[in-house]
Design a binder for this molecule. Structure first.
Ligand code: FE
Length: 402
């Protein structure tokens, strides 16, 4: 067996489901052939016939799967720092909107941006994720509301892998923000999403999945179901922003449609948690949103755990919660939600892969899976969750490259 590359003398957290805990192997080696893991195990068991064109000595460093950030708003123009500044000085949402700095300003700036500008801005955000060892990222549209802008956002997403070595999952996000002084017509928007946007974006191959922001000021449960029906008809899996600001049975709807993931879930209840577990839908926790909102209501981790729902964690990188560090997201999930180190690491590896429907290819270090690695200068995996500050990433390998 001739590998392209062999990493020796490592400590490896495989995150594999058939091993307990992190699936740790001390004094381990991992070999790559054509971008795929061709051998992994203790160094004492490396086959005598295994040779490699290149060998790296990891000097006892830890290797985890390349991190997967499974819920991200990467592609938009504008920023919300002015709104943040005004809110800290006591302004309310109406005053911020009338001053031209509310969420609608992101829509206007994104509509005005060229694809080149969107790619440039998104690449800068992507580089922050990459510095934390991210090898797969999901990127949502959702700041245009019209076909042209949503298409432009998704085309920009499709261009990112030509700029950086990254696996990218593009999601069309149906969202709604009301223009200042006017009320959006959500019913008419639902029609456009179902009849125009999803069929066209799917036919153009621009979307891998469809997400909906369900809530009091965006799409209702009935409207979300219609959008999900259109996605299913177009052959696309669905995701949901669910139960973020109120208990609206979003988790139940996501489960009913066997959604890949349901995100936020701050107000989901025990029944919703159980429904997600039965459907195999991954709960995506976004602690930066809770942090920025100084939320009193936290996701029902106790019920999700009891039900056996898989938990993923993401840095959403949205204009209003612009965190782009999955390491800090893990720390926040541990501090705010009391997730364990094992839960945090599963949340950015195996469970994040499941949240994207990619569990067969990424998220664990096993023979036959993509050779996506993060190599860390740490003493123990808990360092990745505990520390705040510069990334301890030593090297990042994407499909054997890097
Ligand atoms: Fe989001």
């Amino acid at each position: 067996m001739r590998a392209d590359r062999l990493w020796m003398n490592a400590r490896i957290a495989t995150m594999a489901a058939d091993q307990p805990g992190l699936g740790a192997i001390e004094k381990a080696a991992i070999a790559c052939k054509s971008g795929v893991i061709c051998w992994i195990g203790p160094m004492s068991e490396v086959p005598g016939a295994l040779t490699a064109a290149a060998t790296d000595d990891c000097a006892g460093r830890w290797i985890t799967p390349g991190l997967i950030n499974c819920h991200t708003h990467l592609i938009y123009s504008g920023q919300q720092a002015h709104a943040f500044e005004m809110s800290l000085s006591g302004a309310d949402d109406g005053e911020i909107a009338r001053a031209g700095h509310g969420p609608w300003s992101i829509v206007e700036a994104t509509r005005a941006a060229t694809i080149g500008q969107l790619v440039f801005q998104a690449t800068r955000r992507l580089d922050v994720l990459i510095a934390d060892g991210v090898t797969t990222v999901e990127s949502k549209s959702g700041f245009g509301f019209d076909l042209w802008t949503e298409q432009k956002q998704l085309e920009a997403a499709r261009l990112l892998p030509s700029r950086r070595d990254i696996t990218l999952v593009a999601t069309y996000l149906a969202a709604m923000v009301e223009p200042p002084g006017a009320s959006g017509d959500v019913a008419a928007q639902t029609d456009r999403v179902c009849k125009e946007m999803i069929p066209r974006l799917a036919a153009a191959g621009l979307a891998d999945s469809v997400d909906v922001v369900m809530g009091d000021r965006t799409f209702s449960a009935g409207q979300t179901a219609r959008i999900f029906d259109a996605a299913v008809a177009a052959g696309l899996p669905v995701m949901l922003h669910a139960d973020q600001l109120s208990h609206s049975h979003g988790a139940d709807l996501a489960a009913q449609y066997r959604a890949l993931s349901a995100a936020h879930l701050d107000y989901a209840d025990e029944n919703g948690a159980a429904a997600l577990a039965r459907a195999g839908t991954v709960a995506v926790l976004l602690p930066a949103t809770s942090y920025f909102n100084r939320a009193q209501q936290m996701p029902p981790v106790k019920h999700l755990r009891a039900a056996g729902t898989r938990l993923a964690i993401a840095a959403d990188g949205s204009p209003s919660a612009p965190l782009l560090s999955p390491l800090l997201a893990m720390n926040m999930a541990a501090v705010l939600f009391r997730l364990t180190v094992e839960e945090c690491l599963l949340g950015v590896t195996r469970h994040a892969a499941a949240a994207l429907g990619r569990a067969a290819h990424i998220g664990t270090l096993e023979t036959g899976k993509a050779c996506d690695l993060a190599i860390w200068d740490i003493e123990r995996p808990a360092d990745l969750v505990h520390r705040i500050g510069p990334s301890p990433l030593h090297a990042r390998i994407w499909q054997g490259l890097g």
